[in-house]
Design a protein around this ligand. Structure first.
Ligand SMILES: *[C@@H]1O[C@H](CO)[C@@H](O)[C@H](O)[C@H]1NC(C)=O
Ligand SMILES: *[C@@H]1O[C@H](CO)[C@@H](O)[C@H](O)[C@H]1NC(C)=O
Length: 618
């Protein structure tokens, strides 16, 4: 009886098995699933372990195992595992004494890429404190906003950030914030220099009791994202998240022998989580760079025997744009991990720089769903995998770009996008794929939640990204939706830029969006503005406003003067047609301006041509 049953059941699923076996990617699918399962088991172990085993404990184990292995190379200096450990002990002790920090406190870091970023964060982790990673490009209003939304009472900044701090100091003082500068001296009242205290502190290990109450669900970091609406938000990154992100290197095939090159900013999850914590998980050597340089890139890789690099679409393109050289394939790089590279650049890159396995991934800092390209298919971010989808249920739903909302049927439910059709990626919020939200911002957290997606009462995380799944189950990234665009690897929130623009006297209203430029990744900022009655557009004033309040990547490079704005049915300003019309003075009949060195100047056909043939650098 039983035997019959299994045979019949077996026959019934035979077509499924055959189909899977015939799939050319079956082997890779399995190997990925196997790795994922192993990591799942490891995570489950960490969850149960008491006291909790964090990425810091993993680092401390490496220190025991190979104290004299180089952990960091930076601008000609190198630091071993034990040296970084000791340095972080000193930082922790200085902060314990002077800033009275204790378990559960949050501290904002306002630093550029530098080894002290690593040991300052580690020092905080040793005290059981969470670190908020401020983007060092932000200033004034934005800086204050980012700082206050993580609930920190202390800010630690690099010496070169002194002026940026002075600008916001009166407000920080009012809020009773302690401000520390990593310098020997500081002549500004209210900013305390910390370097001497660190130098004089003992480098003896600190007791793990100091962080005994930290669990896998405690906040480890706050990382800022521009999400899809409003000012930047502090995404809460729990210790569980840190572990999960650090596994990306494992899944990508990085081993303990590899050398990783980090040239992305440490305040983003790519640099900090995928790069730094991933390197700690593997116990490897990191070559840290202050910032990306296309001309030094391969030199650095050769000099340090780099085997793994990180990229974003832009950096790949810059590398492909460098003049060709003889020895381009002469390096040891074998894996590249990153996101946002387009197929044409991807192909170009491999042709020029040799056989490098590109691990393109898709993930949002705060999101609950991610993909990684684990097959050798060009131009995709990942693949629909049975196990992955079971553990992290997600779907693509039809999206109305004009109304900026999902399409719903007569029952009020969303409609799944067909194969090959682009749709909004949403990930079901479950115990295994939680969405912890943004610090101190329930309203924004709520906005990223989408209800009644496939069934009444269900709950999904809205990624704000359009993706496409093709016939062969490969996942491709299409575009961002809503109120952000990406430029130079940074997300820009249009409402934040609009707020800054409308502070200019002559501007009554602003509608900000991103436009495509030939030969560039992402979209560059553009604003349609309505001028106040009886006024004229004041280029110089607008220029000084945007340059003093916005980081370079967020400034609108083009301005289009309109006498009125078109609105959608729900009273949002229409953007889609503006985005499509772009900034070509031959086809756009409104007055156009271009942000040049000192002011906004009228955008002529000549300027337009120079931008397109890249005589003018953007
Ligand atoms: C790089 O590798 C070569 C050969 O494997 C070795 O001779 C050299 O010392 C290595 N350089 C560094 C900085 O590790
Ligand atoms: C992702 O695609 C590239 C492109 O060919 C390939 O070289 C790489 O090996 C793929 N990733 C993985 C994990 O295999």
């Amino acid at each position: 009886m039983y035997i019959w049953f299994t045979i019949i059941a077996g026959l019934a699923i035979l077509p499924v098995i055959l189909k899977t076996l015939l799939d050319p990617y079956f082997g890779q699918d399995c190997s990925y699933m196997f790795k994922a399962l192993k990591l799942g088991i490891r995570m489950a172990k960490y969850k149960k372990k008491k006291p909790f085993y964090s990425i810091l404990d993993c680092f401390l184990d490496s220190v025991k195992k190979h104290p004299n292995k180089t952990f960091l190379h930076f601008e000609g200096a190198s630091y071993t595992y034990i040296e970084v450990d000791k340095q972080s002990n000193k930082v922790a002790r200085a902060l314990q004494t002077f800033a009275k920090l204790k378990e559960g406190d949050t501290v904002a870091l306002f630093l550029g890429n530098d080894p002290c970023y690593v040991w300052t964060w580690m020092g905080l982790a040793k005290l059981g404190c969470a670190a908020a990673l401020l983007n060092f490009n932000i200033r004034s209003k934005s800086l204050l906003h980012c700082f206050s939304c993580c609930g920190a009472k202390v800010i630690i900044a690099a010496a070169e950030m002194k002026e940026a701090l002075e600008e916001v100091l009166p407000t920080l003082k009012l809020q009773g914030i302690s401000v520390y500068l990593l310098s020997e001296e500081c002549d500004v009242e209210g900013i305390q220099p910390l370097a001497k205290h660190i130098a004089q502190a003992s480098d003896e290990p600190l007791s793990a009791d100091l962080r005994a109450d930290i669990t896998i669900r405690s906040p480890a970091l706050y990382i800022y994202t521009s999400g899809t609406t409003g000012l930047p938000k502090a995404a809460l990154v729990t210790h569980e998240r840190v572990w999960a992100a650090s596994f990306i290197q494992v899944v990508s095939g990085v081993t303990s022998e590899d050398v990783l090159y980090i040239n992305l900013p440490l305040y983003h999850s790519a640099g900090f989580l995928v790069g730094l914590t991933g390197a700690i998980e593997r116990g490897i050597t990191v070559v840290l760079k202050r910032k990306f340089s296309a001309s030094q890139f391969w030199e650095d890789c050769r000099k340090h025997n780099v085997t793994v690099i990180q990229y974003i679409g832009e950096t790949m393109r810059y590398l492909c744009n460098t003049p060709k050289k003889e020895n381009e394939k002469d390096h040891k790089v074998r894996i590249a991990i990153g996101n946002g590279v387009r197929s044409d650049i991807w192909t170009d890159f491999l042709k020029r720089f040799g056989d490098i396995a590109i691990r393109e991934l898709y993930a949002a800092t705060e999101g609950n769903i991610g993909f990684i390209n684990y097959t050798s298919k060009i131009g995709v971010v990942g693949r629909v995998n049975f196990l992955h989808r079971r553990m992290f249920p997600y779907t693509l739903i039809k999206f109305d770009i004009e109304k900026e909302e999902p399409v719903r049927n007569s029952d009020g439910l969303c409609i799944e996008a067909a194969k090959g059709e682009s749709g909004l990626l949403v990930g079901k919020i479950t115990k295994f794929s939680p969405f912890v939200g943004y610090a101190g911002n329930n309203q924004q957290t709520e906005k990223k939640r989408l209800r009644d997606v496939l069934q009444k009462g269900d709950l999904y995380f809205n990624t704000g990204d359009l993706l496409r799944i093709d016939e062969q189950n490969f996942v491709q990234f299409q575009d961002r939706v809503g109120d952000t665009f990406r430029w130079k690897g940074e997300n820009v929130a249009t409402t934040e830029v609009a707020d800054i623009l409308t502070m200019v006297d002559c501007i009554e209203e602003a509608n900000v969006y991103g436009v495509k430029v030939e030969g560039h990744e992402g979209r560059i900022g553009m604003a349609a503005v309505k001028i106040r009655e009886g006024r004229e557009f004041d280029g110089a004033n607008t220029f000084s406003q945007v340059t003093s309040y916005l980081p370079a990547y967020a400034r609108p490079r083009f301005i289009r003067i309109q006498s009125s704005f078109e609105m959608t049915g729900t009273f949002k300003m229409k953007k889609v047609s503006l985005v499509e019309e772009g900034f070509n003075p031959a086809t756009v009949h409104d007055p156009l301006y271009f942000l040049s060195e000192k002011t906004y100047i009228p955008l002529t056909e000549e300027i337009y041509t120079s931008i397109n043939n890249r005589k003018i650098k953007l």
